[in-house]
Design a protein around this ligand. Sequence first.
Ligand code: HEM
Length: 210
Amino acid sequence: MVKSGLVDQKDSNGQLLVDVSHFRLAIHLVAALFVLALALWTVFDLRNARRGFASDGSTPGKWMRIALVLFALQVIWGAFTAGLNAGYVYNTWPLMNGEFMPENVTAFGSFWKDFADHKDGVQFVHRNLAWLVAAVIVGVAFRFRRIDALQKIWVWLIAAVAVQFLLGVLTLLTAVRIELGVLHQLGAVVLLAVLLRHCATGRRTPATAT
Ligand code: HEM
């Protein structure tokens, strides 16, 4: 994958640089997390079945699906942020060097180029989408907290998203201190696991008779 993702770019002195395309890095990360998600889903589903939570055959609720989609988008833009080294610019929070949206974010005037292919816009999306991701995940945790099977884990979901958010901010403020960057990547895996556990459990109702 790495070889196929090598792209030629020139630095400011015209010297040829070799870099990995942030799009391919994102595909690689999403593919890895997708395989992990399938494995985790199977484990959680089997565990729930063993515990006697009967499946009513339904898929996770609408808000759980929305949370998963937003999480996936946030991971993709996280990979773009890492792949474009966009964590080395605008190392301030909550504003980007004192502005909500600096002029450079929309410098190219093309939605795709600005927000998916250029470090300023990519960082803008990742740091601001995080608010929505966190709000929806906290909402899901609260909304479903009364489901018997979720009573022990809904707080973990809130904790996982809060820690992940905080790690993101610290990664940015320290201009990607390596340990924090690694913890932030790991945090995404933990958050995915807790969110999937919620979804897998939430779609099952406690068995009335065992
Ligand atoms: C709460 C939801 C969040 C999720 C699920 C998330 C997820 C991710 C992921 C998966 C990556 C890619 C890691 C890699 O491939 O190395 C990433 C990178 C990054 N994220 Fe987040 N993130 C979140 C919030 C934030 C926030 C709030 C900030 C800062 C305000 C932030 C700043 C960064 C930075 C600077 C990088 C690049 C790190 C590097 O260069 O290695 N993230 N994020």
